[in-house]
Design a protein around this ligand. Structure first.
Ligand SMILES: Cc1cc2nc3c(=O)[nH]c(=O)nc-3n(C[C@H](O)[C@H](O)[C@H](O)COP(=O)(O)O)c2cc1C
Length: 150
């Protein structure tokens, strides 16, 4: 089954921005628990990066499931100013690890991922941290330590 992906950046609503950057409790955990429940049924996986103010979220899955999950994202009132960075087909799943999970990242890291080249979701071997790394490569490098702990 063809897998499609979408990645975007957005600005968190102020009640989320104010909550502590840990993995337990708080508004963001409620949102992500809800998202993960939905995504699991829809066959969608991915990750949500949060720097305390902004998000970058990457979602992938079968077209129908991804479309519904993404429409929920687009309709959510907890963020604004959404900018889609890329949308399209990926040959195979790049982030199969979680139906959804959020990771705290530094603002500089989030900015780097958001401003990187996402064309075609290109991901080469061994280029994770280099200056020419693509968005997909930077994201994989950020997620890798958490995925390795599974
Ligand atoms: C940053 C962010 C990421 C989200 N990710 C997903 C997702 O991956 N899948 C999904 O089905 N819904 C996702 N949602 C939607 C939430 O699960 C939830 O339905 C929504 O925040 C409720 O918004 P409301 O208070 O406007 O009803 C996301 C929402 C936000 C704000």
């Amino acid at each position: 089954m063809p897998i499609r992906a979408v990645v975007y950046t957005s600005e968190a609503a102020s009640d989320i921005a104010a909550s502590p950057p840990d993995q337990t409790g708080g508004k963001l955990c409620e949102i992500v628990d809800d998202a993960a429940r939905f995504n699991r049924d829809a066959g969608v996986t991915g990750v949500l990066l949060f720097d305390g103010e902004r998000f970058v979220q990457y979602l992938e899955g079968p077209e129908d499931g991804l479309q519904v999950a993404y429409s929920r994202v687009l309709g959510a009132s907890n963020h604004s100013g959404l900018i889609e960075l890329q949308r399209g087909r990926v040959g195979q799943r790049r982030l199969p690890f979680w139906p959804m999970r959020w990771l705290h990242v530094e603002p500089t890291e989030l900015r780097r991922v958001a401003s990187a080249d996402w064309t075609g979701f290109v991901q080469r071997e061994g280029t994770g941290a280099s200056t020419s790394a693509t968005g997909m490569e930077l994201l994989r490098a950020l997620v890798e330590p958490y995925a390795a702990a599974l």
